[in-house]
Design a protein around this ligand. Sequence first.
Ligand code: MG
Length: 306
Amino acid sequence: MLFAPGSPELQIYREYARRLGHTVPLPEVFVRTLEALSETYDGFFLDSYGVLNRAEELIPGAAEGVKWLKDHGKKVMVVTNNAALAEEDNVELLRSIGIPLDPGEVVCSGSLLARERKNLGIDGPVFFMGLPSARKYLQDADLESTDNPAETRVVVMASSRGYRMRRIAEAQRILHQPGSLLVVLNPDAIAPRPGGVMARVSGVTARSLARETGCQVALLGKPFGEIYDLALERIGLPRERVVALGDTLATDILGARNAGIDCGLVLTGVTPPQRAEQEIQSWKIWPQWLVPNLQPPRETVVREVD
Ligand SMILES: [Mg+2]
């Protein structure tokens, strides 16, 4: 999408790109269908928002595409930063709009909390910001939550939804303390919503909290590397057998390239077809492939005519 100059989302994504380093330019980016990609790869990491759905709205062709991949023996794993919901609730949301997923086929950035907790030095209760569903990530990490700002220096933000302004003020008080840490389970700055609307999400809230308080920030999820390690473990394939498909250059494509995983930019989300080339040149983040949508080939029925 076209980011307004100076907008927080532009600055956030530029910062991620700076932090991870720009990707090595590719001489040419090829357009590929799902069918063509399936000749090269055995596993598909699929981004959710902008590729399969826009919240409760199904993206045309996505349900058929996922079914086609599975029918052709491919392994499918939805890799999402949507930590507003527990993994099983992400599966339910996608199943409810027709994406044929089985339990265990969503890997969410929220699950990195359990893996990274020790590295981040979190050993006491945390102040939680998010929807009730995402509390599952605290349970999996064996972390208690507290609503008393005096009891913790750690804020875990799962999403930009599920709390009122007062809770942001309380988080601010905690994060003003020396040695405080803000753990962000969804580093995304924007997300496509139904009807072509783009909404600012938790990456933006996290950035303003960090700037106001000077706290340490841990960003878990795409484009940072830990989620790809977890997704590769879950899918059980070597990285060269997997392709990652997503709609956002600065998260899906930057992250996959940085993790050494081939990737395709899908043009049904924040990067529309008419802007893809220009955006790639402007961001200097090159996918191997451009994928117009997840529409599978139409089955042709050949009948003998007598
Ligand atoms: Mg997306």
